[in-house]
Design a binder for this molecule. Sequence first.
Ligand code: MN
Length: 264
Amino acid sequence: MTDMNRRNMLQAAGAMTVGAVAGCATPGVAGNAARTAFNVPATTIPVSGTDEMFPVRRIYCIGRNYAAHAREMGSDPTREPPFFFQKPTDAIQNVAPGTLADHPYPSLTRNYHYEVELVAALSRGGSNIPIERALEHVYGYAVGLDMTRRDLQRAMGDEKKPWEIGKSFDRSAPIGPLHRVANVGHFTNGAIWLKVNGQVRQNATLNHMIWSVAEQVARLSLANELFPGDIIFSGTPENVGPVVRGDRIDCHIDGLPDLSIRIV
Ligand code: MN
């Protein structure tokens, strides 16, 4: 390490300490130098072809982003602006390609649904990001599952209560490794499908999205400042449905390795 680099690092460390004391730009986030009462594990996703992990900051999910799925959920896809919800970061369940990961059937539900989705991961943040520059913020893509306690989601919706218990629970976001845009490009077309026990249940193409990934990044950045580490579940096609213990789910998006789990 050169003296110059060492000096820059020391200055950066000093700045972080000051940030922890004086408060930083992001509410609720202390500098890295802050001493904490105990450690909370960070959530990361493996980056394919590297020994690096992608650090997850927030998980955003778009609702009803394929017209036929919007209709099956009882809404009119032509008149609704996009809406987003979040899952807790530690809802991630990493699944290595070529493995069949055990995925526990969650508590409280009797109607547990799969939703296969393309996941976009950001390495650059910002506010009011223009659509034509939005894809510059995307670091990579993965295959993900937005697992859903459908009965609880519907019941809460009927009562005009938050969806949270239906969407934002432990291990509700199984995901494959991230593939960098530098290697795989962007995903605007291609097949997306899901099988249960070898039978095709969902089968569409990514260009059936109502709001593209670029549009989702732009829209989200109007509501919240986006940061590196944010990931976006980009919505599921039609024909969502239930699984029970013992079922095997295989998910596919052209250009990415399949994601497979078994419900246990
Ligand atoms: Mn979804």
